[in-house]
Design a protein around this ligand. Structure first.
Ligand SMILES: NC(=O)C1=CN([C@@H]2O[C@H](COP(=O)(O)OP(=O)(O)OC[C@H]3O[C@@H](n4cnc5c(N)ncnc54)[C@H](O)[C@@H]3O)[C@@H](O)[C@H]2O)C=CC1
Ligand SMILES: O=C(O)C1=N[C@H](C(=O)O)C[C@H](O)C1
Length: 259
């Protein structure tokens, strides 16, 4: 039996993951953590949501964190103190968060993934391949749309796909990223990777990478029809990570895809 501790348990993903755990053999919810003021009381009948990740970390085999970037330092500290592996699905992470993840991964198993679905991780590979094979005269744009409640932009997945495209070209995304265009922008900057963001309704997550050449266009995309696909991937990742030695792992390791 693998006991999973859920951080962000009262949120949309926390609740979706709890449902997948309940339907997965030999897996159970050890408990859940959320902000005391979030208004969520029970993660499942009789299983109270608690406030401290440090307590939960000592009661489970693996932590799964879909909460907020501001919670990450405390969650990583809890994982380290209890020597409990942790899956991080939270997005909106910045350089300082990745530095904390790297430091934690020296001591405990950490898997961070902006998107835990099979489909997105597969297209990440296809995008890198396409970018590597197409010349610099093919302009690359990343488009994404999400539900009206999403708080970070571009999405973690959009940035993951942009990073894959940049890696295919052998460049650093930070050096070539165009995140916002407004007003008299001037012509497109050669070699840059653009991002366009839409928010509205209940969209679970749409992503498209467009390679625009002279007279033709290639589009590699993915549409999430339900957040259950992320929840299934998160549980799969947790079961894979439980018991692993310290290190930084990737969703591609779980899915048997090239890194
Ligand atoms: N990796 C993936 O495949 C996916 C990642 N996400 C990401 O997961 C995160 C959560 O998404 P949703 O569930 O839609 O958001 P949500 O807002 O519904 O849930 C987040 C939960 O975390 C809780 N939380 C916030 N700060 C906390 C803290 N300091 N300690 C404990 N709990 C805290 C909130 O109270 C809330 O209940 C976002 O960053 C989102 O982008 C979402 C879907 C898929
Ligand atoms: O907030 C969401 O909902 C999602 N967030 C992740 C992201 O930022 O890429 C993954 C998925 O697209 C849904």
């Amino acid at each position: 039996m693998t006991r999973i501790g859920l951080i962000g348990a009262g949120g949309r993903m926390g609740r979706a993951i709890a449902q997948v755990i309940a339907a997965t053999p030999d897996t159970e919810i050890a408990g859940g953590v959320d902000r005391p003021d979030a208004g969520a009381n029970e993660i499942a009948p009789g299983l109270q949501i608690m406030a401290q990740a440090a307590v939960l970390a000592g009661q489970c085999d693996v932590l799964v964190d879909f909460s907020s970037p501001s919670a990450l330092p405390e969650n990583l500290a809890a994982a380290r103190a209890a020597n409990t592996p942790i899956v991080i699905g939270t997005t909106g992470l910045e350089a300082q968060h990745h530095a904390l993840i790297d430091a934690a991964a020296a001591q405990v198993a950490v898997l961070q993934a902006a998107n835990t679905s099979l489909g997105v991780n597969l297209i990440g590979h296809l995008v890198r391949e396409a970018a590597a094979r197409l010349g610099p005269d093919w302009d690359i744009e990343v488009l994404e749309m999400h539900h009206r409640h999403k708080v970070d932009a571009p999405s973690g997945t959009g940035l993951f796909l942009g990073t894959a495209a940049a890696a295919g070209r052998g460049v650093d995304l930070d050096q070539v990223s165009d995140r916002a265009r407004d007003g008299i922008t001037g012509p497109r900057r050669e070699g840059h990777i653009g991002f366009a963001v839409m928010r509205g309704g209940s969209v679970a997550g749409d992503h498209q990478v467009v390679f625009a050449g002279e007279g033709e266009r290639i589009e590699i995309g993915h549409r999430a029809e339900t957040r259950e696909i992320f929840a299934r991937g998160a549980v799969k990742a947790a079961l894979w990570l439980a018991g692993k030695p310290a290190g930084r792992y990737w969703m591609t390791d779980v899915l048997g895809l090239p890194r």
